[in-house]
Design a binder for this molecule. Structure first.
Ligand code: UT7
Length: 333
């Protein structure tokens, strides 16, 4: 009798993270803009964020240590990596890709690498892409890193955005699995008509950098918070619920919700919608703020010891684009 070969899934076999040392606290921000620690904590859940300081340091300088850490944890050499995907909206430069630069800095010689830009959903888009490479059977070791140096595009005179964001990088190693562990399903969405609410006005081909764009502060992240908030609450909760439904699962089957860390109130709404108690929700927004593409793997990195083999996780995000989505993972190690 012919036996069907077992389906290949992309298992997460290592998790790594990097946060810069310098902290920017709510007390610091109180001295910079008209805000209070109380307002920031109650409206967002953030108390402090990390900032990458230092001449010549960029997003790739946070990605390279993550790549090295993943190799060390898994006990592999950088030569064994097939592909590195970096999700970011704060690349070192428009081109080449930050993934190319980070590979150079980490000594990765045999891999191809590229960036994915899907803002706060970037890690999920990159994870799904990386998982597809593994599932194809052609690649054995794919690294997916979410990284953003948001401090490079934040206007520290704008109290509506500067309180939210921080810098960090974190990522995972994906490898083939034949026992049904790893990335099991993804429900990803994008709607470019959401761009007026969250974008950077200049610096792209639409409006190249000029003296006017700099004077008008158009190289900073622009956000209409309330509008994004409404879309985010609905978008993240809807896809998470639909993902569970199409996998015949309920909140009871899920060990952890791993949500994008944009606002504690959005996270609470998503958890409530899929019926998860708060002790099953990963949360570190208080210490890092919104690190855009890095938030989800940063949670995995910090909670690693509390995740058990066989646990089902729902990873969920919403961000600029608009982009949003949810991914179902069965933990492998
Ligand atoms: O990660 C990508 C996706 N992004 C998101 O998911 C973010 C979604 N949005 C949000 O999280 C929230 O909308 C914010 C945290 C950005 C803002 O919270 P909000 O509860 O929506 O506040 P708001 O924009 O409605 O502002 C309420 C008031 C306003 O004053 P008035 O008009 O009522 O007098 C603001 O000017 O709060 C004022 N305000 C502040 N006050 C003190 C805005 N920022 C601050 C501040 N400190 N930092």
């Amino acid at each position: 009798m012919n036996q069907q070969p077992a389906k290949i899934t992309a298992a997460i076999t290592a998790v790594g993270g990097y946060v810069p040392e310098d902290k920017l606290t709510n007390a610091d921000l109180e001295k910079m803009v008209d805000t209070t620690d109380e307002w920031i904590r109650t409206r967002t859940g953030v108390s402090e964020r990390r900032i990458l300081k230092g001449e010549g340091l960029a997003t790739s300088d946070m990605v390279a240590p993550v790549i090295k850490q993943l190799c060390e944890k898994r006990g592999i050499s950088t030569d064994e990596i097939d592909c590195v995907i970096v999700a970011t909206v704060t690349p070192d430069m428009v081109f080449p890709a930050t993934a190319n630069i980070a590979c150079d800095k980490a000594g990765v010689k045999n891999a191809w690498s590229f960036d994915i830009g899907a803002a706060c959903s970037g890690f999920l888009f990159a994870l799904t892409t990386g998982a597809s490479l593994i599932e194809s059977g052609r690649y054995k070791k794919v690294m997916v890193v979410g990284a953003d140096k948001m401090s490079a595009i934040v206007d520290y005179t704008d109290r509506t955005t500067c309180i939210l964001f921080g810098d960090a990088a974190a990522g995972v190693l994906l490898e083939p699995n034949h026992d049904g562990f790893g990335v099991l399903d993804s429900l990803l969405r994008a709607d470019g008509s959401g761009r007026p609410y969250l974008h950077m006005k200049a610096g792209g081909s639409l409006k190249p950098a000029s003296i006017e764009t700099v004077t008008n502060k158009e190289h900073f992240a622009y956000q209409e918070g309330q509008s994004v908030f409404k879309f985010a609450v609905k978008g993240m909760a809807d896809v998470s619920a639909e993902l569970l439904e199409r996998n015949n699962m309920t909140g009871d089957d899920i060990a952890w919700l791993v949500p994008h860390q944009a606002n504690k109130r959005i996270i609470d709404a998503t958890a409530n919608r899929i019926g998860l108690s708060h002790d099953k929700v990963m949360m570190n927004i208080e210490r890092y703020g919104n690190t855009t593409a890095a938030t989800i793997p940063l949670c995995l990195w910090e909670y690693r010891k509390q995740i058990n083999k066989g646990d089902y996780l729902v990873l969920a995000a919403f961000g600029g684009g608009f982009t949003w989505g949810a991914t179902l993972v069965k933990w492998e190690y």
